[in-house]
Each structure stands twice: as C-alpha cells, then as structure tokens.
Design a protein around this ligand. Structure first.
Ligand code: FES
Length: 102
C-alpha cells in the first residue's frame, strides 16, 4: 500500500542541488531543479555510493564513485558504467512541505 509521506520542508530543498532524507526507513535523494523537486533512491544502482554526495548538473546527478549519471526525472541511467536505472518516486508540494509517495 503506497502512501504520501512528508519528507522535507520546501524551504530546505537545496536550489539546483541534492540532499538526502530518511523516509519510511529508507534513504532518498531529494533534488531541487529550477524550482521543481524530484526524488530517487539515494544509493547508486552500480555500487554503494550515495547520490546525495554527487554532483547535480541540470536534471542529471553524477555519482561520486564512478561518475555514472542518472536523469532525476525518469531515473534513466545515462552512461557507463551504469546498467540499471534508479528508482524514482512521485513528488508533490503542499503547504510548504514536500511529500513523496512510497
Ligand atoms: Fe555509482 Fe559506480 S557506484 S557509478
């Protein structure tokens, strides 16, 4: 059963950058891009690296370990060495808070 969980205040979402939150016992990466908010799993699909420690360039997050890149909107793996997309989560903003559907 999926549910919307409040994960972070909108004011705490970094501008054109990434941060991590814990929600429902899992770690998510939260991205602020051009006034929009996106959410993915925080652990890379290639190895044990945290995407919140990576580099966000537009809609692409670059993994800090081997520089694989994912599109944060779709989770699509954009380049080697990635072979698997990353999971994304629906996001909504209400009353100044960011909710993620988990
Ligand atoms: Fe992310 Fe290798 S752990 S690209």
């Amino acid at each position: 059963e999926k549910q919307w969980m409040k994960v972070i205040a909108l004011s705490a979402v970094p501008v054109d950058d990434v941060t991590a939150v814990n929600a429902g016992g899992q770690e998510l990466a939260i991205y602020g891009v051009g006034g929009e908010v996106f959410a993915t799993d925080n652990i890379c699909t290639h190895g044990h690296a945290r995407l919140c420690d990576g580099f966000l360039d537009g809609h692409e997050i670059e993994c800090p370990l081997h520089q694989g890149k994912f599109d944060v909107r779709s989770g699509k793996a954009m380049c080697e060495p990635l072979t698997s997309d990353i999971r994304t989560y629906p996001v909504k903003v209400e009353d100044g808070c960011v909710f993620v559907e988990l």
